[in-house]
Design a protein around this ligand. Structure first.
Ligand SMILES: [Zn+2]
Length: 437
């Protein structure tokens, strides 16, 4: 077995080359690289991404063998491995970059950035250098890239690449060529997702549900652009449905960070339907990233990621912020809060032209795509979103459900599922109309 040392981070120019060992005929060696995770919202009953390391799928690497063998610039394969031929057992170095091409058949390029102060310089070069020794012919050597307290990039690459791999398994990678930027902001809390990629901060980069949620925004925007408007300023009348709480200031190694936009909306907050749907769909993507949802009527677990001090979240926090995705039948009260939350808890808001919550929309999508019976798959849903966004439909802040239903009726692939769409609303209540059969 090779003895491996990881050096973090060193510029290529500072490399000292080891002396080559005794030459022999070229033979194959295989390296397999992992990203180490530092996930803190793990193991609550979900199925996936429970390991402390994940394969560095499609990572860009530079192999520096001893002279006179030439350097090799390439990508690891989709299992995070590289097979190469060399005549030497010692003296190789592998440079691993914070860039990965993940998924098949058309991989998405994931690349990292970091900004340590607001309006400061953007860092784009992150490398890890591994010394390789005692590479026996036909050996397979596995090693891991780990972050440090000051290096959030490796654990971010771990989660982002693993979730993208899951998107590939689900056959929902957006049309090529696609890329996703992973940006770490030292100075800003919470997280955001957009068409260019995702932004994480010191309080969020270890939370896999939040990273996958932001990737859900990226995925939806990549497929369909914006459906409806983006107004998050609905003012709820019912106390249980307000979200005006202040997220505590983050203290990261002595640096206080209070620049966060985490206070705008919450899992149970009443919002205009376009924004409630957007948040619920991103939650749903995070849920399906870590739950198999293969069998009909399967339940799954979603863990919400905001530490909310609002009194209406006391029971929610007591249950570790876990949410049952299946949600039971209509009007049951499963883990995470009762079904039809908006209708049952936000009565004064529910009667207004369509309001809803992310909680209800997340369960709505889970219901629509996983309940027993003939059902569409996630790719068909994303293709349908694109159909709806590019068709003669007028989405605004409040009509998302009826407009989507109209579009579904016109869709060649999705029209058989209109009654299923109505049933999901009957059980989960994202639109104030009795759509029960
Ligand atoms: Zn969001």
């Amino acid at each position: 077995m090779a003895r491996i040392r990881t050096i973090l981070p060193i510029f290529i120019a500072s490399l000292a080359f080891a002396a080559p060992s005794i030459a022999s005929a070229c033979q194959a060696r295989t390296l397999c690289v992992n990203w180490e995770t530092e996930i803190i919202d793990n193991g609550f009953g979900e199925d996936l991404l429970l390991e402390d390391k994940v394969r560095a799928r499609g990572a860009r690497v530079l192999l520096l063998p001893p002279a006179p063998e030439p350097p090799l610039s390439t990508l690891l394969d989709q299992e995070g491995c590289l097979t190469f031929e060399t005549q030497y057992a010692n003296g190789h170095k592998l440079v691993v970059f914070a860039e990965a091409w993940v998924g098949e058949p058309d991989p998405v390029r994931i690349h990292a950035q970091r900004q340590d102060v607001q309006e400061g310089a953007i860092e784009t070069e992150f490398i890890w250098i591994v010394d390789l020794h005692n590479l026996s012919p036909n050996d397979v050597v596995e090693f891991s890239i780990h972050g440090t307290a000051l290096d959030p990039i490796a654990p971010l690459m771990a989660v982002a690449t693993d979730v993208m791999h899951r998107f590939s398994e689900l056959d929902v990678l957006p049309p090529a060529p696609a890329s996703m930027l992973v940006e770490y902001l030292d100075w800003k809390g919470n997280a955001r997702g957009g068409v260019a990629g995702i932004e994480l901060g010191p309080d969020s980069f270890r939370e896999k549900y939040l990273i996958a949620h932001e990737m859900g925004h990226w995925l939806q925007l990549r497929w369909q652009g914006m459906l409806g408007l983006g107004d998050y300023n609905f003012q709820a009348e019912d106390p249980d449905c307000r979200f005006s709480t202040k997220i505590p200031i983050i203290n990261l190694m002595g640096i206080e960070i209070d620049d966060t936009d985490a206070n705008g909306h919450g899992m149970r907050s009443a919002e205009w339907s376009a924004t409630a749907m957007r948040e619920g769909f991103a939650h749903f993507i995070a849920a399906i990233a870590f739950n198999h949802a293969i069998s009909a009527d399967a339940d799954g677990i979603f863990r919400y990621y905001k530490d909310i001090t609002h009194s209406s979240y006391t029971d929610f926090l007591a249950d570790n912020s876990l949410v049952s995705l299946f949600g039971g039948a209509a009007n049951q009260d499963p883990l995470g809060g009762e079904n039809r939350w908006t209708a049952n808890k936000c009565g004064q808001d529910w009667v207004k032209p369509e309001t809803s919550t992310g909680l209800d929309w997340m369960r709505f999508f889970w219901h629509f795509l996983t309940r027993a019976g003939s059902r569409p798959d996630l790719r068909e849903l994303l293709e349908f979103f694109n159909f709806a966004a590019t068709g003669p439909y007028t989405f605004d802040d409040v009509n998302i459900f009826p407009e989507l239903r109209d579009a579904m009726g016109d869709s060649p692939t999705m029209s058989p599922f209109v009654s299923r769409f109505n049933q999901a609303n009957c059980d989960m209540g994202v639109f104030n109309e009795n759509t029960c059969p």
